[in-house]
Each structure stands twice: as C-alpha cells, then as structure tokens.
Design a protein around this ligand. Structure first.
Ligand code: DGY
Length: 412
C-alpha cells in the first residue's frame, strides 16, 4: 500500500499496469488504509471525490500524472478538465466504504467531520446514477461500457458487445499485454469494441442524455445494481448515525431503495437459479451465473436457499471460492480475468453479505479461501480458482487492502 501511494493522496492499483487512480480500487484502498492510518484513508476518498464531475459522476480513472504504460490514456478520452479523467464510471462502493471507516474509526472527531463532508457528494453521486442511468425510474440503473461494471470481460457482455461496431476505430496499441500474459486478459476483439464505445461517447462529449438514447451497449448489471442498493442502505444509515439534518435527502434515498428492492426480482433467472444481468436493449436477462449473483446477499435481496445451493455446488467444483463464473459453464476460463478467476474484493462483499444472512459456514469458507490465496500466493490482482495461482498484476493494492480490512481475520 505504501509503495503504491502517490503523494500521500491516492493509491495506484499496481505500478505500470494501472499507474493512475481508479475509482473502486481507491475506495477499497481507503478501507485498507483505515486499518493502520485513518487520516490517509480519509485523504484517499477526499482526493477521489475532488474529481467528481459537476453532474455527480465519479470517473473511473483520474490521470493525476503522465504515464505511457497504460492504454487508453487521457489523449484518447479527451475529457477537458484541469486534471484529466476518463468519461465513464465504476461500481459505486464509496458510501459503503465511508460508512465502514466511519463506524470503526478511533479518531471520532475527524471521522465525524469527514463523513459529514462526504454525504452531499455521495448523495449527488447516487442521484446521478438514479437520474441519469435510470431516467424512467424503473429501479434498474444502466451501464454503457463493460469497464463501468468493473468486470470487463464477463461472458455476460459477449452478445451485447458483439453488436457494437468496431468499424473505423483509430489504430491503437494495447499496453496491458506488456505487463500481463494475453491468456489472462480480455481478447483483442473485446478491446476493439471497448475502444469503439469510448470513441462514440467522446464524439458526444459524454452527454448522458444523448448516450442514454444512442448507446449500443445498455445493460442493467446485477453487480452494479446490488452494489448501489447496498450503498444506498449504507448512505441512509450513515445519515442517521451522524444525524444529518436534511430529511429531504433521506427521503430520496429511501425511495431509491424501495424502487431497487422491487426491481431486483426482474433479474432473477429460474434456469440458472441466479440473479443475472439484463440487456436493456433486448429486454432480456442474460443467462450466465456469475459471482455478481451472490452480491444479492450484500444487497439484502438474496434468495437464500436457492442461492446457497448454487454456492455449495460451486464450492464442490472449485478449490478456492468464489470463481467469477460458474465452473460448470462451458465459457469458464480459469485464468482469463473475469471469466473464471477469483477476485478478492468480490469475495469481501459476498463474505460480508453471507454473514449478515447468518450463513456462517459459507461466509467462513469464502473468508478462509481468500486468506489462503493472499497469504500463500501473494498480493496478486486475481487468482485461479482451481489451483490458486496468482494472476494479472502483482503487488496489487486492493488485494492488500482486503487482507488488512477483512481476510486476515480468517487466516488459520
Ligand atoms: C483495464 O484497463 O483493464 C481496466 O479494467 C479498465 O478500467
């Protein structure tokens, strides 16, 4: 964490592979910092939200300084801000992280002041999600780019991504393959379409109203929707705990929660016995059982018996829980990024959710597997669920943060 800290203000995920500040990485890092340096944890969040766009979006990357070891950099995004950023967002974990840090803080005075200052920014961010990404008030918010889901190459996006034309995109050079084997990263075809979407959004200056109408990739990701539902619950709780005076804000958050709870049912798929993502352009759910399905526990909308049965089956197939895709799915690829490997931040959220549902045994398994992976295989970006091999970037900040904040308690 210290090696990846920059100027005492933000944490890069991993040198060279990801040399800037990433939105959800940074939030998990704050949780890790809080285990040994609370002031640094608050600073991390303060830096992230200093780059929130006026409309409320928190960009997925903040390009604080120049580096050419990453593609696509600021010259591709062309976002005109003093400190350049990307033009899309990432899973909104911030409110949940702020609440967790606030509740555990030993320096109560600073925690009170910082959490109070964060509330309007968090509220504005959630309002952006509900207002811009669900303007019809359906209770399901949309993402427009696989990078927004944080689960870039999940098989859930395959069919929708194929509809994105890659004709005429500017030539580019991937930099991720300078650092990580191609077999562990998204395919070239995926990348072409990622770039095509960025070029489309850039042509429209990232205008959310326009993008809502014309994006060819519009998905209600189960992961994002569950993370946002949980974040709304945590925001509401935080407002209560610090006796936040503005009751109108509280009423809005409560209304979002009610709407989301109802809409979650739309994502349930009987065939896979899982919560799935929904393609909002075809109106159909995408039959794929991924680790995002189990975030229903974290969000408080789990179908406990059905989902525990699925989780137990996965646990029989995998040595290390929780694979990012059902190991029995023919598309399962144990080393390829979000098509099989275990990601410890997802485990952290699933583990917390399982415990809150009283599923002690399953929560312990997820915690213990996470602790073994980190302690025995090191601070890698992600892990092979069958033999535990560490994959992707190394000396990875959020893996260290998850160890500090949670997994170490499960180490035998
Ligand atoms: C990448 O570049 O691999 C990231 O996941 C995009 O945020």
């Amino acid at each position: 964490m210290r090696d990846n800290s920059r100027g005492g203000r933000y944490t890069i995920p991993s040198a060279r592979l990801y040399p800037f500040q990433w939105n959800w990485d940074s939030c998990f890092c704050a949780l890790g910092w809080a285990a040994f340096d609370e002031a640094r944890a608050w600073k991390e969040l303060e830096t992230l939200f200093a780059h929130q766009w006026p409309g409320g979006m928190v960009p997925h990357i903040i390009f604080h300084e120049h580096h050419d070891s990453y593609f696509p950099g600021p010259a591709v995004w062309q976002v005109k801000r003093d400190v350049p950023t990307s033009g899309i967002t990432q899973p909104p974990v911030a409110a949940s992280i702020v609440r967790a840090i606030y509740e555990r803080a030993t320096d109560r005075e600073t925690a009170e002041r910082m959490a109070r200052a964060m509330i309007p920014k968090l509220f504005l961010n959630h309002q952006w999600w509900h207002g811009q990404r669900d303007p019809d008030g359906t209770g399901l918010v949309a993402v427009y780019h696989p990078w927004e889901t944080g689960r870039d190459n999940s098989p859930e996006w395959d069919a929708a991504l194929k509809t994105v034309s890659k004709e005429g995109i500017a030539p580019y050079q991937r930099r991720d393959l300078d650092h990580v084997q191609a077999a562990c990263r998204p395919s070239h075809d995926d990348y072409d379409r990622y770039v095509a979407l960025v070029e489309l959004f850039r042509r429209h200056d990232y205008d959310q109203g326009i993008l809502y109408r014309l994006t060819p990739f519009k998905i209600a990701d189960a992961g994002i929707n569950f993370i946002l539902l949980r974040a709304n619950r945590d925001l509401l709780r935080l407002m209560d705990e610090i006796k936040y005076p503005d009751s109108a804000l509280r009423a809005d958050v409560a209304a979002w929660i009610a709407r989301q709870e109802k809409a979650a049912a739309l994502l349930w798929d009987d065939g896979t016995q899982s919560y799935c993502s929904r393609d909002l352009l075809t109106g159909r759910n995408i039959a794929a059982s991924t680790s995002a399905s189990f975030l229903s526990f974290y969000a408080g909308v789990a179908k406990k018996d059905e989902q525990i049965r699925v989780l137990e089956r996965w646990g029989g197939d995998a040595e290390f829980m929780v694979p990012s895709l059902d190991p029995a799915d023919p598309r399962f690829d144990r080393k390829r990024y979000w098509r099989g490997p275990v990601w410890v931040v997802v485990n952290f959220m699933i583990g917390r959710g399982l415990k809150e549902y009283g599923c002690e045994e399953q929560a312990r398994r997820v915690g213990r597997d996470t602790a073994r992976l980190i302690a025995e295989k090191s601070f890698c970006e992600y892990f092979d669920p069958l033999d535990g091999e560490g994959l992707g970037g190394n000396r990875f900040s959020w893996t260290a943060a998850v160890w500090l904040a949670w997994a170490r308690d499960y180490y035998p």
